[in-house]
Design a protein around this ligand. Structure first.
Ligand code: HEM
Ligand code: HEM
Length: 160
């Protein structure tokens, strides 16, 4: 992740918004998998009602798309942080972006391991990470808003 091109590629922008939409769908429409998972852990066996299938398909798609995104990021890089941003926050922004990449790989992997191997520890890790991801999204959107309205860097245009 070393190069600093002037802008994100069109493919990077498409992947950013596609993954954001899939994550919204996961939280808003397919977050009820826990009930079926608990029943399976109590011995009912794995069953696949629509909400569970949706969760697995959407989560699996995030995993595959994240791999494509990481390949693009390694090959093309990302624009450097705007100079208007104070140095400690530039560091924070790089750390937040790295945390997104790590979480969006580990979340689906822990989910798949929990579900298909019927293990409770990866399921607990998965749940903790879903909360961390929400917090990170809140921070990310707040940072974009500060750029837009306070530092007036027009950062949002990088991603549209
Ligand atoms: C980026 C991808 C994913 C996101 C954002 C995500 C998000 C979530 C959310 C919000 C919950 C509900 C947590 C709660 O009730 O507190 C959940 C639970 C769960 N997810 Fe995922 N998930 C993803 C991928 C996957 C995948 C691919 C699987 C594979 C089957 C999976 C399996 C599970 C299981 C088994 C639970 C229930 C855990 C429990 O109740 O202990 N998830 N996930
Ligand atoms: C689930 C939701 C989201 C995730 C996981 C996410 C993730 C990321 C990541 C990892 C980056 C770093 C660039 C890259 O490597 O592609 C990024 C950049 C960016 N995101 Fe998001 N994002 C989300 C939602 C949003 C939303 C809702 C907005 C608009 C308010 C937004 C605006 C931006 C902008 C403007 C950048 C460029 C920042 C820069 O270059 O410093 N993102 N996002």
């Amino acid at each position: 992740m070393s190069t600093s091109p002037g802008s994100y590629l069109r493919s990077q922008k498409i992947l950013h918004w596609l993954i954001a939409a899939l994550i919204a769908l996961q939280y808003l429409a397919f977050d009820s998998i826990g009930r079926t998972f608990s029943a399976a852990m109590r011995g009912a066996g794995l069953t696949y009602p629509a909400d569970v299938l949706g969760h697995i398909v959407v989560g699996g798609a995030v995993l595959v798309l994240m791999m494509a995104r990481i390949a693009l990021r390694l090959r093309h890089g990302a624009p450097s942080t705007p100079p208007e941003e104070p140095a400690p926050l530039q560091w924070l922004s790089r750390a937040a972006h790295a945390a997104f990449y790590a979480l969006l790989l580990l979340l689906p992997i822990s989910g798949l391991v929990a579900w298909f191997m019927q293990l409770s520890s990866p399921a607990e890790v998965h749940e903790v990470m879903t909360t961390l991801l929400l917090a990170l999204i809140g921070l990310h959107v707040a940072a974009v808003a500060v750029h837009q309205f306070w530092w007036k860097t027009g950062l949002i245009h990088r991603m549209v």
